[in-house]
Design a protein around this ligand. Structure first.
Ligand code: PLP
Length: 412
């Protein structure tokens, strides 16, 4: 008899961003004259940098010429890109990562969601709370999360590590022993980061307990503070316990082009089996390589011009983050993040839930953000704004928010 994967039926409700989209669409329909500023979804607004566009054009021309046409890409990635990644993202930071440990993909979301396939069905996962939803949902689909309790918003087999203002958004070592530990640094949604010393605690814990850290560094390009590591491999011992995910989406505006990579060190084993071989097998079976033209675009991100241009884009977003932080502080809000990340995490006003604050902002300031509770139970009472808007919209959103939230003050 034909059956379905019933784990999919366990997934509660619709996805956070579709709920937001529905509310915004309903509001816009009722008030077509109002202009809404969106600081909700984490998509970029700046176009692809010129040096990267040039590389794309060149690669497109190669594809139209019989002498330089390329068919299927190598499924683990072209050497030119893997070498550029290793040179710029690892050797330059003193990390021992080799080109054949880089698995090029179509983005970090697929990799973060798919990595769980190479682990056993009974593995216990630990996640920060609040959390990027993909880590939990992909484990629900695989039947690893247990049952969902709508009252608590938690899955019975998932180990939650609350990250709140009370613990400075630094997850504490869990009481129950996890097999897989998802860490996202700099963090989405809280915008906070871990220092080298704080991350070393996790690396030591994972090595001592035979656990694997699944380290999502999608926002690495936004790190500004010296003591925040750019890669988990800056920490001694990480090669035997950690997989790292990276993305070109927020670093270089590739949300529409699609490119990312995963690092699986050869030293990383699980019960005597090298995870490198398993991930290579999985990747080779289910993925046919990122497009040649996109990999050439990725290579151009590391050219001298490309680097300068994407760094300038990131700096623009971080200036938005500064404007948001300043605006919210002037409105007497309690704010976090925004220093090593394009996300600003604020406490909702006394007595307002995350969704109540969402409605309040939408209706009174016509500004859209993301309710913190959508990222997990410990996100209740918080709200996320992103710095990915245009400078103009960001400044206007802050003006509106200061008016409705606090005493209007001068705004620079
Ligand atoms: N990981 C985190 C923490 C993210 O916030 C996102 C995107 O918002 C991703 C991964 C997805 O990145 P990509 O666009 O490379 O799939």
């Amino acid at each position: 008899m034909l059956t379905i994967n019933e784990n999919y039926l366990k997934l509660p409700g619709s996805y956070l961003f579709s709920d937001i989209a529905k509310k915004v669409a309903a509001y816009q329909k009722a008030h077509p004259e109002r202009e809404i500023i969106r600081l909700g979804i984490g998509d970029v607004t700046q176009p692809i940098a010129p040096a990267i566009v040039e590389a794309l054009h060149r690669a497109v021309d190669e594809m139209g010429d019989a002498g330089t046409f390329r068919g299927y890409a190598p499924d683990l990635g072209y050497d030119f890109l893997r070498e550029a990644i290793v040179e710029n993202d690892y050797r330059a930071w003193g990390c021992a990562v080799e080109a054949d440990e880089i698995f090029v993909s179509d983005g970090a979301k697929s990799d973060c969601g798919n990595i769980q396939e190479i682990f056993g069905p009974d593995c216990r996962i630990a996640v920060c709370d609040p959390v990027y939803p993909v880590y939990v949902d992909s484990n629900v689909m695989a039947g690893r999360a247990g049952t969902y309790d709508p009252a608590t918003g938690k899955w019975s087999r998932v180990i939650y590590m609350p990250c709140t203002a009370e613990n400075g958004f630094v997850p504490e070592l869990p009481k129950e022993r996890p097999d897989l530990i998802y860490l996202c640094v700099p963090n989405n949604p809280t915008g906070t980061a871990l220092t080298r010393d704080q991350l070393a605690v996790w690396v030591n814990y994972a090595n001592e307990n035979g656990a694997v850290i699944l380290y999502d560094a999608a926002y690495e390009a936004y790190i500004t503070e010296q003591d925040v590591p750019h890669s988990i491999y800056e920490i001694s011992g990480a090669r035997t316990c950690a997989v790292e995910f990276r993305s070109f989406s927020k670093k270089a505006g590739f949300t529409g082009l699609r490119l990312g990579f995963t690092v699986v060190p050869r030293d990383l084993t699980c019960g005597g089996t090298a995870l490198h071989g398993l991930w290579a097998r999985r990747h080779g079976t289910k993925f046919n390589g990122a497009p040649y033209i996109v990999q050439r675009a990725g290579e151009a991100v590391y050219s001298a011009e490309g680097k300068r241009q994407v760094e300038a884009q990131v700096a623009c977003y971080m200036e938005n983050a500064r404007v948001i932080l300043q605006g919210l502080k002037e409105a007497d809000c309690t704010v976090f993040g925004g220093v090593n990340s394009p996300y600003i995490w604020l406490k909702t006003p006394e007595g307002m839930t995350s969704w109540q604050f969402f409605d309040f902002l939408l209706e009174n300031a016509n500004v859209v953000g993301t309710p913190g509770s959508g990222f997990g139970p410990s996100g209740e009472g918080y709200f996320r704004l992103t710095a990915f808007g245009t400078a103009e919209n960001t400044a206007r959103a802050m003006e509106r928010m200061r008016k409705v939230l606090g005493r209007p003050k001068s705004f620079s």
